[in-house]
Design a protein around this ligand. Structure first.
Ligand SMILES: C[S@@+](CC[C@H](N)C(=O)[O-])C[C@H]1O[C@@H](n2cnc3c(N)ncnc32)[C@H](O)[C@@H]1O
Length: 217
């Protein structure tokens, strides 16, 4: 499996952070998939994630300017004004979004920016994952928190990305495995119906979309 082989999500960083920000904090860095791209835009990066196992994977792929720590966006372990940008990489909907945005604004230098990248509902990719866990209500809550935050939206857009699977079976195993489950026939047939005529494609390419907001205090 490869998510976003074209690095379109990393392209959002090029669009939003032309010159190098001092210290960037990444909230929900996970296994470091995007952290290694963010690194090019900052003097240093602090990646926070509550999942120790993901951070262990991230340690394998990031450079020396990246510090990784167990932590939450709801309580960023930095003083007021200590960083040049805060980036939520598909993580805002996993936490108390309003509280996390307030925390992000607190830690920013004057005039600096918050970038939020979130999944979009109702794409083929989102619908396949939603067969097991429909998160779409959480995307709505996260988006409402952005609108109610008092932060100014200075850029906004949708970015097409692709999941590339060796074949249909790899896709089914990956999606069930993501939730720590073994495939079951009922939900597998819901995935087959969504995949439709593409079920025999090799590789199997699944469209998805990411939405981003660039915010200023
Ligand atoms: C969909 S994954 C995204 C991982 C990675 N940023 C990427 O784009 O591949 C969401 C991440 O948010 C993390 N997360 C969950 N609750 C969080 C919280 N309160 N603060 C920060 N990150 C959190 C999860 O552990 C997970 O790594």
């Amino acid at each position: 499996m490869h998510r976003d082989i074209e690095n379109n999500e990393a392209g959002i960083f090029n669009r939003c952070f032309g010159s190098r920000a001092g210290r960037i904090v990444e909230i929900g860095c996970g296994n470091g998939r995007l952290t290694c791209h963010l690194e090019k835009h900052a003097e240093s990066v602090l990646g926070l994630d509550p999942c120790e196992a993901d951070l262990d994977q991230a340690r394998q792929c990031v450079g020396t300017a990246v510090q990784l720590a167990v932590g939450s966006g709801e309580a960023i372990p930095l003083e007021n004004g200590a960083c040049g940008a805060v980036v939520f990489t598909l993580s805002l909907h996993h936490q108390d979004s309003a509280r996390a945005l307030k925390e992000a604004a607190r830690t920013l230098n004057a005039k600096e920016r918050i970038l939020v990248i979130e999944p979009k509902a109702n794409t083929l990719g989102a619908n396949l994952f939603a067969v097991i866990d429909d998160e779409s209500h959480r995307y709505v809550i996260a988006e409402a928190a952005i609108q109610d935050s008092g932060l100014k939206v200075v850029d906004y857009g949708d970015v097409l990305i692709h999941w590339t699977f060796e074949d249909y079976n790899e896709m089914v195993e990956y999606i069930f495995g993501y939730y720590g489950l073994n495939p079951d026939p009922e939900r597998e047939s819901a995935m087959a119906a969504l995949t439709g005529a593409r079920k025999n494609d090799i590789p199997l390419i699944v469209e998805d979309e990411t939405r981003f907001w660039l915010l200023e205090p």
